[in-house]
Design a protein around this ligand. Structure first.
Ligand code: NAD
Length: 515
């Protein structure tokens, strides 16, 4: 798509652009233009749609239907289930431009990140198709003669997916592509801020499923609404797995409620990610990685770089350059310009950012940037210059996740101190180190290094690939999604022993002779 074409929707009005995209994806106008919930684009603050919330009765009926769908789907051979996901990936390839643009309009991501999010959906579909022939169990040597010991992985039931606004479609696909090949159905409650992209993806899935022989009705359903609708999913025992992505505050409630009914929660919560810059670091490379990590997606990624821990010997080489990058980075409407930093999602995000910056000043920090850009923007759009904050110590706002582009810079002198700072926050999602000293690099990846779920060398903290398991420790919730063996959380493990002999030996040498 050319730059010129990219400008058009802004000129014509975003609501019209959204209507065009949704109708090209087969969504009927009444679905996105009637209802009590207003959907706003952060690009301009204007209303781009109206949707109807799912009622509690409708939500319970959808769960019942998803349960029935699971009962049928679990009997379909896994490679055949993979075929449906392959077709889903094909449809996403076809509609990548339209869906990516919708992500940009609904969430405010720059165009390449909107497209990148859809690419991530395609990638996980490809992964899941291969996985559909690799749902391996183990066989173990039995201690009893003429016995076989083995495990199998079976479908578990409907998987509830609660997602955050900032990855409005990719998070669903990380869960859904795996759950579907695992033989589960999926019930999705997207963020109340991003229902349109969810409606578009569900329509796309339904189109694919309708043509697929053997896809039951209700295999992937959508519940629209806020926390109250999510809670229905959280509390329903017919949903054995709830994958919840969002704030730590949300996860604290969801985790407890799911545990109360002995369900399984996959929690993907907030991060407070750090990078360490060592004396031997390649500073040119580090600068580029830090810029994307901290300012990309306007600081609204769970893996956004929020803390930079710089060795005192390179502080004065790196930080002035960084200040320059922060002062010059282009901030603006990503479909009306080639800006690298789009808007914050809403007014509350802006208020949260300003509150954190005030708290930073209270602890004696020096704040560069962070001001609102109003010129040329509507009063209900929130564009900010990313903030670089030189912090005297790791306290107050520095140990919290503020979902906005704020990068706190801290100085260290000893390597151990850098590791302590890196690990000294309640969250444990992503981390990285810039060094060319292999001892430092390997120490960082060792058991006594970073305590995060993700640890990178000479890269930023954000921009994960789907091939690895994604998630983090501590207040990030401990869940894992996406690649590696994350699929196991979407299945139930069955351990089986088979006696192919004529005797009846007991394990551990126990005797129980009834003759
Ligand atoms: P949020 O917590 O406000 O909302 C997330 C989702 O949870 C929404 O769908 C919301 O309706 C739902 N929800 C909230 N309370 C609930 C409850 N009690 N019961 C059921 N559902 C409930 O988060 P947000 O503002 O949309 O997203 C930003 C947050 O998400 C950040 O903290 C970010 O780090 C985190 N996030 C984490 C990951 C990850 O993979 N670790 C990925 C993306 C975002």
């Amino acid at each position: 798509m050319t730059q010129q074409a990219a400008v058009k929707p802004a000129e014509n009005g975003l609501a019209q652009a959204v209507a065009q995209i949704l109708s090209s994806l087969g969504v009927a106008p009444h679905v996105y233009s009637s209802g009590e919930r207003l959907v706003r684009s952060p690009l301009t603050g204007e209303t781009i749609g109206r949707v109807k919330d799912t009622t509690p009765a409708e939500a319970r009926a959808a769960i019942a239907e998803a349960h029935d769908a699971y009962l049928a789907w679990r009997a379909v051979p896994a490679p055949r289930r993979g075929e449906l996901v392959r077709l889903l990936g094909d449809a996403l390839r076809q509609d990548k431009e339209a869906l990516g643009r919708l992500v940009t309009i609904e969430v405010g991501k720059i165009v390449s990140e909107g497209l990148g999010e859809v690419q991530e959906m395609i990638d996980i579909c490809d992964f899941a198709v291969g996985l559909s022939r690799q749902l391996y169990g183990l066989t173990m040597g039995s201690e009893r003669p003429d016995h076989r010991l083995m495990e199998q992985w079976h479908p578990i039931g409907p998987v509830g997916v609660i997602s955050a606004f900032n990855f409005p479609v990719a998070v669903w696909s990380w869960n859904a592509a795996l759950a579907l090949v695992c033989g589960d159905s999926v019930i999705w409650k997207p963020s109340e801020k991003t229902p349109l992209t969810a409606i578009a993806v569900t329509a796309l899935f339904e189109r694919v499923a309708a043509k697929f022989d053997g896809a039951p009705k209700g295999l992937a359903t959508l519940l629209i609404g806020g926390r109250d609708v999510g809670e229905i999913l959280v509390d329903d025992a017919r949903v054995p797995v709830v994958s919840a992505t969002g704030s730590t505050a949300m996860g604290r409630i969801v985790g407890e409620r799911v545990a109360k009914r002995f369900g399984r929660a996959i929690l993907e919560l907030g991060g407070n990610n750090a990078s360490i810059v060592c004396p031997s670091a390649d500073l040119d490379l580090a600068l580029r990685a830090i810029a994307f990590g901290a300012m990309g997606t306007a600081g609204q990624r769970c893996t956004t770089l929020r803390r930079l821990i710089v060795h005192e010997s390179v502080y004065d080489k790196l930080v002035p350059r960084l200040k320059q990058v922060y002062a010059n980075v282009s901030v603006g409407n990503p479909i009306a310009s080639d800006a690298l930093v789009g808007p914050l999602i809403d007014e509350a995000a802006f208020a949260g950012m300003q509150k954190a910056l005030a708290a930073a000043r209270d602890i004696g920090a020096t704040v560069h940037g962070g001001e609102r850009h109003t010129a040329g923007h509507s009063a209900s759009a929130y564009y900010v210059r990313p903030a670089l904050v030189e912090a005297p110590e790791q306290t107050g706002p520095v140990v919290e996740e503020t979902f906005a582009p704020i990068l706190y810079v801290l100085k260290y002198s000893e390597f151990e101190e850098a590791i302590r700072l890196q690990n000294g926050v309640p969250q444990g999602l992503s981390s990285s180190i810039f060094t060319t000293d292999m001892r430092e690099a390997d120490r960082f990846l060792s058991a006594t290094g970073s305590d995060c779920g993700i640890a990178n060398i000479n890269m930023g903290s954000s921009g994960a690939e789907i091939g690895g398991a994604f998630g983090g420790e501590k207040e990030t919730g401990g869940g894992r999604e996406s690649g590696s063996d994350a699929w196991k959380a979407y299945m139930r493990r069955m351990t089986s022993a088979v006696n192919y002999g004529r005797a009846m030996p007991l394990a551990q040498g126990v005797k129980f002779d009834i003759d």
